[in-house]
Design a protein around this ligand. Structure first.
Ligand code: ADP
Ligand code: MG
Length: 757
C-alpha cells in the first residue's frame, strides 16, 4: 500500500467503528487527521494538579496520586460503592464509583493502586462538604506496560494531553494515535519537507516528528518534533504563496510611468499642506510599482487619519497622466459619496476636465452608485466607458456589475476588510489585462500577519500622522459606578454646550436582538495547540463546557440607550439622534446630516459609524459594553473623534472585571493610540484562529502550530526557502509531497483565502 493511501485510510477500518465514531466527533476521519491532531500540551507524572483550585461544577482533568481505595457495600440502598482518595500531596479529592455488585468494582480497585499516579476526568461535585468526581474516567500511568521496567519508563514520560471532548477523553485519543502510528514506516509517511531542506536544517522526518509529539521520551523530544511540524506548516504556506506570486508575475500589466508636468505635480502644487515624509516615501514606492509590468498588488496601511486619501489620489493621477483610468471603491455608498467630495475638494479645477475654465490637464471624477437616478447613472456609465472620466468613484459592487472602462489601469479599494476578493474575481472574469491594485486599510496588519496571511502582497505603511492633529485620550469606565456615569453624561453636556458632537455606540439595535459575542468568549473558545511548555498555566489540564461566564446583565441597545439619555437630567434639551444599519438610506442620511450640522449633537449608534465617517466637530466617543467589541473595531471607533485640532475623548464603559482578559484588552486600548502597537497586542491576546478569520480557523487544514507573532523568524526563514524552491522548480515536480500538502491545505475555500494575498 503506498504512503498516501495509508494516511488516507479511514479510521473506521483501522480502529473499528466504535472508536472511529468517537473520534469523528472531533472531526477526525482518516489516519492523517488523527496523526495531525497534535497534543495541546504535555503533563508530567511528577506534576500534580492543585486541588484547591478546583471549583464545583467544572469539568476537569486532574493529575493526582492515589492514596487509598475502599470497596463498601451500601446497606441502605443495596449495591456497593468504591471510594478512592487521590491527592496532590496536600489536598484530597474523592473518586466515587457505584455498582450493583462489589465484584464489578474490583476491576477499578485493582487499577487504582495506592501510590500510583493517574489522570482523572469528570465533573467536580460535592458530597457532605467534600469535593468528588463520580464515575470519573481515568488513566493510571504505566498500567498498560508489559513489565515493571517498561512501567518505570512509562511513568517518567511526558503525557500528551489532547484537545478532547467529554465523550472522548485524552488518553483514549492517545491510545488510538499509538495504534495508528506504531505500524507506520517511513515509506508510509511522505514528507512535505524536501530531503535536502531537511538535511540542511537537520530536521527529523515527518514520521519521526509525529512519533516525537505523540509518544515522546522526553520534553526535548516533543519540542524538537513540534518545532519541525511548525516549520513544515510555515514552509507549506509560504510555498503556496511563492507559487502564487510567481504566477502573478507572469501576467503583464500596462506600465503607467510618471510624468513631470502632469496632474500629480499640478496637485502637489495646489495642496494646502506639504506631504509628510511618510506620504512622500510611500508615494514613490507606489509610483515605481505603477511603472512596471508586474501588476501591482499593494496594501497601503495607515492608521485612521494618516492621510491615505491623498496618497491614493496621487497614484490615480499618475495613471491618468499615463492615459489610463482609475477606480476608487468604498464599502458603502455613504463613504463613496464622502470620497467623491474629498477628491473634488483636493482636485479643485484639476477635476473639472472638459468644463469651461478647467485646467487643460484636468480630468473628470465621476460617481457611480446603485441608488443614482437612471439618467445620472447612464451618464456616469458613458463617461467610464468613453474614458472621459479619469477617476470613477463607487462602491465595491461597481466592478462586479460589469461597468465598462476605456482603459482601467488602477483599482484602489478603501477600508475593506476582505481585501478585494470579489473585485479581483470580477476583474479576472473579464480577461482584460490586469489593472494595478492598491488596497487601503486603517486596520493595521502587523508585519508578521501580512507575511503569513498576505505573503505575496507588497505593503506600504504610513507610520506618521500629519502634524497639527490633537490626540485622543481614552479611559475605561466601570459600568456599575453611578458617579462616574453621571460625570460622563455631564461631560457630554459640556461638550455639546461648546458646539461639539458626541457619539454613543451600543452593541445592538434593540433589546431583543442577540448582538455580538463577547470577545473574551471568542478568545477562550477552541484549543491552543501552540501553547508553550507545560507549566505555563494552572495544572488543571482542561476545562470543558464552560458556560458560566456569560454576563446576566443585558447589553445596551440603541433603542434603550437613546430613550435613557432623553431622560437624563444632564441632557435636558439636547436632541438625541439614532443611527443603525436597519434604517432606510434616507433616514441614515438625515440622521448624519442632523448630527454633522449640530441639530442633534448626540448620536446613539451601532458600529455603522465605525469606518470613514468624518465629522470634524466630533470630540467624544462613548462605547457602551465596550468588551463586546474587537480591539481594532474600538480603535476604528475611537478614530471618529479627534479628527481636527480639537482634542478627542474616548470612554469605554464596561462591566469587565479588572484583571480579566476583556479588561486587559480595554486597558491596552486606553494605554496607546498607536494602531500598530494595538494590533500586535490584539494578536497576543487572541488565538491564532481569530487572526485568520472565521473561515480560516477550525477547518481541517487551519494552522495548527504556527503562531503568527511569535514565529515571525521561522516564517521569514521558510519564506526564503520557499522562494528558492519555487524559483528552481516552479511546478514542484521534484517535491511531490510538498505539492500535495499545498493542495490539501488550499482546498476550495483556501483558494479564496490566498487570493486575498
Ligand atoms: P485616512 O488615512 O484616515 O483616510 P485621510 O486621507 O482622510 O486619512 O486624511 C485625514 C485628514 O488629514 C484629511 O483632512 C486630509 O486632508 C489631511 N491630511 C492629509 N495629509 C496631510 C498632510 N501631509 N498634512 C496635513 N494634513 C493632511
Ligand atoms: Mg480614509
Amino acid at each position: 500500500m503506498s504512503g498516501a493511501t495509508r494516511l488516507a485510510e479511514p479510521l473506521s477500518r483501522v480502529l473499528g467503528a466504535r472508536t472511529a465514531g468517537g473520534l469523528k466527533k472531533l472531526g477526525l476521519e482518516t489516519v492523517e487527521d488523527l496523526l495531525r491532531h497534535y497534543p495541546r500540551r504535555y503533563g508530567s507524572p511528577g506534576e500534580r494538579t492543585d486541588m484547591a483550585s478546583l471549583a464545583t461544577g467544572e469539568h476537569v482533568t486532574v493529575m493526582a496520586e492515589v492514596r487509598s481505595t475502599q470497596v463498601r457495600s451500601m446497606r441502605s440502598r443495596g449495591g456497593a460503592m468504591l471510594e478512592a482518595i487521590v491527592t496532590d500531596g496536600r489536598d484530597t479529592l474523592q473518586l466515587t464509583f457505584f455498582a450493583k455488585r462489589a465484584g464489578v468494582l474490583r476491576m477499578h480497585e485493582s487499577k487504582l493502586k495506592p501510590g500510583s499516579t493517574g489522570l482523572f476526568t469528570g465533573t467536580v461535585g460535592e458530597y457532605r462538604g467534600r469535593r468528588q468526581l463520580t464515575h470519573p474516567d481515568y488513566l493510571i500511568v504505566g498500567v498498560d506496560a508489559a513489565d515493571e521496567q517498561e512501567a518505570v519508563i512509562e511513568a517518567s514520560r511526558p503525557i500528551p494531553i489532547y484537545p478532547a471532548a467529554a465523550a472522548v477523553p485524552t488518553w483514549r485519543i492517545g491510545r488510538s494515535v499509538r495504534t495508528v502510528l506504531d505500524p507506520l514506516t517511513e515509506e508510509d509517511v511522505p514528507d512535505p519537507i524536501p530531503a535536502e531542506v531537511r538535511d540542511e536544517r537537520s530536521l527529523p522526518s515527518l514520521l519521526e516528528a509525529l512519533r516525537a509529539v505523540h509518544v515522546p521520551d522526553s520534553v526535548v523530544a516533543w519540542q524538537r518534533g513540534r518545532d519541525r511540524l511548525r516549520f513544515e506548516e510555515a514552509l507549506v504556506l509560504q510555498t503556496a504563496l511563492a507559487r502564487r506570486r510567481a504566477a502573478r508575475e507572469q501576467l503583464a500589466a500596462t506600465p503607467r510611468p510618471a510624468r513631470d508636468d502632469g496632474l500629480v505635480s499640478a496637485l502637489d502644487a495646489r495642496l494646502p499642506f506639504a506631504l509628510t515624509s511618510a506620504q512622500d516615501a510611500v508615494g514613490q514606492e507606489i509610483s515605481r510599482s505603477l511603472t512596471g509590468t508586474i501588476p501591482m498588488m499593494r496594501l497601503l496601511q495607515g492608521d485612521v487619519g494618516a492621510g491615505k486619501t491623498v496618497v491614493a489620489l496621487r497614484a490615480m493621477l499618475q495613471v491618468v497622466d499615463a492615459g489610463g483610468q482609475a477606480a476608487l471603491l468604498a464599502p458603502t455608498e455613504v463613504l463613496a459619496a464622502q470620497h467623491m467630495r474629498s477628491l473634488e475638494q483636493l482636485l479643485g479645477p484639476l477635476g473639472h476636465g472638459g468644463m469651461l475654465g478647467g485646467d487643460e490637464r484636468a480630468t473628470r471624477v465621476t460617481l457611480l452608485t446603485g441608488s443614482q437616478g437612471s439618467k445620472a447613472r447612464r451618464q456616469a456609465l458613458g463617461e467610464a466607458a468613453s474614458g472621459a472620466a479619469g477617476i470613477v468613484v463607487g462602491t465595491h459592487a461597481l466592478l462586479s456589475e460589469g461597468v465598462q472602462f476605456a482603459d482601467l489601469g488602477l483599482v484602489v479599494v478603501d477600508e475593506q476588510h476582505r481585501f478585494g476578493v470579489e473585485q479581483r474575481d470580477a476583474l479576472r472574469a473579464r480577461g482584460e489585462r490586469p489593472p494595478h491594485m492598491l488596497v487601503m486599510t486603517a486596520t493595521p496588519i502587523p508585519r508578521t500577519v501580512a507575511m503569513t496571511v498576505f505573503g505575496d502582497l507588497e505593503t506600504s505603511t504610513l507610520g506618521e500622522r500629519p502634524p497639527g492633529r490633537a490626540e485622543t485620550v481614552t479611559h475605561v469606565v466601570p459600568a456599575d459606578n453611578e458617579a462616574w456615569l453621571a460625570r460622563t453624561w455631564q461631560r457630554v453636556r459640556e461638550e455639546v454646550d461648546q458646539g461639539r458632537r458626541v457619539y454613543v455606540v451600543c452593541p445592538r439595535i434593540d433589546p431583543d436582538e442577540p448582538g455580538p459575542e463577547p470577545e473574551a468568549a471568542l478568545a477562550g473558545a477552541g484549543g491552543d495547540p501552540g501553547a508553550d511548555a507545560p507549566g505555563d498555566e494552572q495544572p488543571i489540564l482542561e476545562w470543558e463546557g464552560d458556560g458560566a461566564q456569560r454576563p446576566a446583565v443585558p447589553m445596551a441597545s440603541v433603542a434603550e440607550t437613546a430613550a435613557m439619555l432623553a431622560e437624563r437630567p444632564e441632557l435636558v434639551g439636547v436632541r438625541i439622534g439614532r443611527m443603525h444599519g436597519r434604517l432606510a438610506a434616507e433616514a441614515k442620511d438625515a440622521a448624519m446630516a442632523a448630527f454633522a450640522a449640530g441639530e442633534a449633537p448626540v448620536m446613539v449608534s451601532t458600529t455603522v459609524i465605525e469606518v470613514g465617517v468624518d465629522v470634524a466637530e466630533a470630540t467624544v466617543m462613548i462605547v457602551l459594553d465596550a468588551e463586546r467589541f474587537g480591539l481594532s473595531q474600538l480603535h476604528q471607533l475611537r478614530g471618529r473623534v479627534g479628527r481636527s485640532t480639537l482634542p478627542g475623548l474616548c470612554l469605554l464603559v464596561t462591566r469587565a472585571e479588572p484583571g480579566s482578559l476583556s479588561r486587559e484588552r480595554l486597558d491596552a486600548l486606553a494605554a496607546t493610540t498607536d494602531g500598530f502597537e494595538l494590533a500586535e497586542k490584539d494578536l497576543e491576546l487572541r488565538r491564532e484562529g481569530d487572526v485568520l478569520g472565521a473561515a480560516q480557523s477550525g477547518g481541517r487544514n487551519s494552522l495548527r502550530l504556527l503562531r503568527v507573532v511569535k514565529d515571525a523568524d521561522l516564517i521569514d526563514l521558510a519564506r526564503g526557502i520557499a522562494r528558492r524552491l519555487v524559483a528552481a522548480d516552479p511546478e514542484l515536480a521534484g517535491a511531490p509531497a510538498l505539492a500535495s500538502a499545498i493542495d490539501a491545505w488550499l482546498g476550495p475555500e483556501r483558494e479564496d483565502y490566498l487570493e486575498r494575498g
